[in-house]
Design a binder for this molecule. Structure first.
Ligand code: PHE
Length: 485
C-alpha cells in the first residue's frame, strides 16, 4: 500500500462503505487507482433543474393560473370580473389568462372569468413544489418542459461520475489500517502556507507528514508556448555576461563611411578587403560626410605615421575614398567611434550587431552575420588582461578551452586569432589585439585599448549543436519548438 498516497488510501477505505459520487478531489485520487484496476469510475448523464427567481416565486405563491383559479372559485358560479382578477394579481394576471384557457380551467364569458371543473394540481405544479423542497429532486421531462419554456426552471445536462471498488480494490482497501490514515498528514503541494506552518509543527507532526510524490515519468502532452528565437536568447545571454563583468553596451549604424569602418582603423586605402569583391558599397547615399579635422588627421597618419614613430602607408590618401558609404564590414566601427567621442576616459564597452560582407554562403559563412565587439581601455591595460577576458567570456558561454594564435589586423599589435575547442576540433571564433598607436593617437586616446571582435553565429552553432550556419535562419517550426533554451 505504500505506493498509494494518503488521499488514494483514504478513498479506498471510504469506498468500502459503497460507491460514491465523484467530486473533483475524489476523481483526482481515483485516477491512478482506476489505471491500477482498483476502482471503477462510471459515468451517467443526468439533468439538473434549478429554479429561476421567477420559478422560486411561483413555487412560493403558486403559479399565476393557480392563484387566479382560486380567486375565481371563491367568486362562485357567477364568475369573477376580469378587471378584479387583474387588479389583484397585477402582472401575473396577464400570464394567468393564457394558462387558464390552455389548461381548460376557466372560460371568459362577457368579461367574466368562469371556472370549469375542479382544476386539480397538474404535474408541472407538483414538480415545481418538489424542486423547491429539494434541488436534487429527479427531473421529469414531460412535466418539466412547460416550466422550462416559461423560464421558471433552468435545465442543465451534465455527466455524473461515481466511483466504486473493484474486487481487487476491495482486497486492497481491506488491508489498509484506517486508524493510521486518520493521523497521517499529507502535503500535496509545498505552498508558502505549508512552509510557514512547518515551523509551528511538533517533531511528531513533521515526521508523520507525507509529501505527495510526483510522477516524473508520467506522460504529458508536449507544450510549445511562444518563446524567443534561440539566437535572440543567446544574444541576451552574452549581454548578461558582459553586463555582469561591468561593461556598458553600445550600438552603431549599419550604414557607415569608409573612414570610420576602415581609415580610422589604419586599414590602408588599397587594402584588398576594401575591394568591391568584399565590401558592399552603397549607391544611395553614395557618400557620407566626415569631419574635416578627422580627414586631416587620418591623412597624416596614413601617409606619414604622424607622431607615432610609424612611417605610415606612404602618400596617396584620398579623402574621397574615406567618404564612400558602405554597409559596415565589422562592428569595430562602433568601438572606434566610441573612442573618438570619449577619448580621455577609461572604459569597458561592448556591442552586438550585424555586419555585411560579400561572402559566398556555405555551411560556415553568411553574407550578413553578427559580431560581438568590445574594448577595454585604462592606464596599464595589457595583452594578458585581454586573453583573460576572452577566456572568461568563452568559459561562461560553456567553452573553457580557448587557444590564441598570432594573426594580423592592420589596427592591432599584437594581434591574435581566437579558437575554441568544440567536439575535439578548434573552431575559429574571432580576433583580438591591442589597438596600434596609429589608431589611438589621432583620437587622443592616451591608454592602451584592448579590442576584440567575435562571430556570434558560430558560437550559436556550437551551443545549439548545428552543423550548418544557415540553419539558424531557416524558420523550421519544429526545430524552433523543440530547441531547449
Ligand atoms: N574586426 C575583426 C574582424 O572582423 C575582429 C577584431 C576586432 C580584431 C578587434 C581585432 C580587434 O574579424
Amino acid at each position: 500500500m505504500t505506493d498509494w498516497s494518503l488521499a488514494e488510501q483514504r478513498l479506498l477505505v471510504r469506498l468500502l462503505g459503497g460507491a460514491v459520487s465523484a467530486d473533483a478531489s475524489s476523481l483526482k485520487a481515483a485516477s491512478r487507482l482506476a489505471v491500477a484496476g482498483l476502482v471503477e469510475v462510471s459515468e451517467q448523464s443526468t439533468t439538473r433543474a434549478t429554479l429561476t427567481d421567477e420559478g422560486a416565486e411561483a413555487a412560493e405563491k403558486g403559479l399565476p393560473e393557480r392563484r387566479a383559479i382560486e380567486l375565481i372559485q371563491q367568486a362562485g358560479g357567477g364568475g369573477l370580473p376580469m378587471g378584479d382578477m387583474m387588479g389583484q394579481l397585477g402582472a401575473a394576471g396577464k400570464v394567468a389568462v393564457g394558462w387558464l384557457k390552455k389548461k381548460g380551467w376557466a372560460s371568459i364569458e362577457q368579461g367574466r372569468l368562469v371556472a370549469q371543473g375542479e382544476a386539480p394540481p397538474g404535474p408541472d405544479e407538483t414538480l415545481l413544489t418538489q424542486l423547491a423542497a429539494d434541488p436534487d429532486a429527479p427531473w421529469d421531462e414531460d412535466a418539466g418542459a412547460p416550466l422550462a419554456q416559461r423560464g421558471l426552471v433552468h435545465v442543465e445536462d451534465f455527466v455524473q461520475r461515481s466511483i466504486a471498488l473493484t474486487e481487487a480494490g476491495k482486497t486492497a482497501a481491506q488491508s489498509i489500517d484506517a486508524a493510521i490514515l486518520d493521523q497521517a498528514q499529507e502535503i500535496n503541494q509545498v505552498t508558502p502556507a505549508v512552509l510557514a506552518a512547518w515551523s509551528d509543527w511538533t517533531p511528531e507532526q513533521r515526521a508523520s507528514a507525507q509529501l505527495r510524490g510526483f510522477g516524473l515519468d508520467a506522460d504529458v502532452a508536449p507544450r510549445h508556448p511562444g518563446k524567443a528565437h534561440p539566437l535572440t536568447h543567446i544574444i541576451q545571454e552574452i549581454r548578461d555576461i558582459f553586463v555582469s563583468l561591468g561593461f556598458q553596451e553600445i550600438m552603431g549604424d549599419y550604414v557607415e563611411s569608409a573612414f570610420w569602418n576602415m581609415d580610422a582603423l589604419f586599414i590602408p586605402q588599397d587594402h584588398p578587403a576594401r575591394d568591391m569583391q568584399d565590401t558592399f558599397y552603397l549607391d544611395a547615399p553614395a557618400t557620407l560626410d566626415v569631419a574635416d579635422a578627422d580627414l586631416e588627421r587620418g591623412k597624416e597618419i596614413h601617409e606619414t605615421g604622424g607622431e607615432t614613430g610609424s612611417t605610415g602607408w606612404g602618400p596617396g590618401f584620398d579623402p574621397a575614398v574615406s567618404q564612400m558609404a558602405l554597409l559596415r564590414t565589422h562592428t569595430t566601427n562602433t568601438t572606434v567611434r566610441f573612442l573618438a567621442e570619449n577619448p580621455k576616459q577609461a572604459c569597458k564597452v561592448f556591442g552586438i550587431g550585424k555586419v555585411f560582407r560579400k561572402e559566398t554562403m556555405d555551411a560556415t559563412h553568411l553574407p550578413e552575420f553578427y559580431q560581438i565587439e568590445g574594448i577595454v581601455t585604462e592606464p596599464g591595460a595589457n595583452f594578458n588582461m585581454l586573453v583573460g577576458l576572452c577566456k572568461e567570456f568563452f568559459t561562461r558561454m560553456g567553452f573553457p578551452e580557448v587557444r590564441f594564435r598570432p594573426a594580423y589586423f592592420p589596427y592591432t599589435e599584437p594581434s591574435m586569432e581566437i579558437d575554441v575547442l568544440y567536439n575535439g576540433k578548434w573552431m575559429e571564433l574571432g580576433g583580438c589585439g591591442v589597438f596600434r598607436p596609429e589608431v589611438t593617437e589621432p583620437l587622443d586616446v592616451p591608454d592602451p585599448v584592448l579590442a576584440w571582435g567575435l562571430g556570434l553565429e558560430r558560437l550559436a552553432m556550437m551551443r545549439l549543436g548545428l552543423k550548418d550556419i544557415r540553419d539558424l535562419y531557416v524558420s523550421d517550426i519544429k526545430w524552433l519548438q523543440e530547441t531547449p533554451l
